[in-house]
Write a protein that binds this ligand. Sequence first.
Ligand SMILES: *[C@@H]1O[C@H](CO)[C@@H](O)[C@H](O)[C@H]1NC(C)=O
Length: 498
Amino acid sequence: MRWACLAALLLSLPAAAAEGGGGSRSPCAGKYKDWLTLPDQFLRREQPPKLEGLHLACVWEADGVLQLEAYKDGVATAGLLRRTLTDTAASSWKELRGSLKAELQVRKRVNNWGFFHLRQPMGVFSEDGRRLASTREVLEAGFVLVFEGGQWVWPPVKVGHVRKLPGTDFALETLSVQPVLYRVRGFLHKEECDELVGLGQGRMYTSPVSLMDKDQGKESKEFRTSTQARITSGESKKLQGIEKRVSNLTRIPVTHNEEVQILRYEKTQYYSAHLDNWDPAFYSSPEMTAFMEHGHNNRQITVFWYLTDVESGGETLFPRANGLPQPRDMYSCDQGLKVKPEKGAVILWYSLHPNGNTDPNGLHAACPVQDGQKWSANYWVWNKPRNQAFRGEMPDLGVDEADEEEAYVPQQQQPMSNVVATFENPSSEDAYLFWNGPEKAVFLGVVAAKSAVNMNTYPGHVWHVRSGSDPSSELLDEFQIAGGDAQRYVVGSEVSEL
Ligand SMILES: *[C@@H]1O[C@H](CO)[C@@H](O)[C@H](O)[C@H]1NC(C)=O
């Protein structure tokens, strides 16, 4: 029934477009329906109902001028954009990119991380996943996908959607839209799984975790009880084959892949809910900040390999899928979407939105194994090549110099002066914390009733405490962060105590 609505919407397009200017007919009318995600799939109210920074566009020439048609943010709404591009757009790749950016309103700043010169330029791809690098290629392709974060992201369409990958036996099955999560059954052969388990055996060690500022001093055992081993691709021809296959699946070059991490969970072992990418809001040490390039060099995709079946338990849990709220208990497996391990299957999810920003819905956990043993592997795909040596070869780098004026405003750089603020909630209702950023309020966590949380923040920052996770819910309190080391703010009290 939803498809019928979409079909009706798409059928009405040529008429709307004819009034829109340019006058010529779009050559892409039949294309969009395979790529547009349906608006009713966005269940979260505190996040915009769109794929942030993924645009579906059509570029063609009519009467010597370039025409543009686009669905911004990949959502099937009635708001089809139709424009005639400036005369200069066809003159060079840089000019075409410039006018696409202007019409699609692509901005460097999508978060509060700063250092936007480290962000990747937007990428333009054909529908078969090829990065385009000239006006001619774009005109030949006609229908293109534009990613503000620079790397390909598969549009999910809707839960249950199955996308066959041309030239392969694989299909991406959409399990969730927020986060964007897929399952690919039969991606790994039985012999490949067995070889990887064999390589892992005998060299497992206790899994570490990278601790957020608020968790410094805690034992990683508190979060994670599995064991793991790193395996390099030189050790196995089969592994090299899988790495190429993953790259074909993600449309991101092998040079972006981190070496595989084989994991073993025995009975009762688990990993509490966490994110796989690093958001600078939660890590402030100079080493971490340098390593992740202020958030702009990050894990984009987790491809999770199931190397064995598990008799019972050991599911991968996404507690925020299906529009569910941030869980209070990161160890609970009661709430959320559960994926059952299945030998040879992989699941992949995006930790970053298509614009490169953190998607908090990427939160995931490994539920305790109840019976048997779970062998699996983490395989991370980064948004930039792992090795600095390959950075110089990054496509699109240096083509858009003109947008450097949008680069970060230096007076907001305060990496060394951060403070830890404790927010206490003595009441019997949960309270919701928002950092009131310059662009918009950012929801950063729940202070459960009669408890407290620590947040990393800066002097002068303003925090809002609300009754719900929706930024328009009732404002309970407002705090401006003072200078000094340990700060304490009590929700609902007249004066913040020291
Ligand atoms: C993926 O692999 C298939 C089969 O070898 C091939 O036809 C296709 O072109 C590849 N796609 C990409 C983007 O590499």
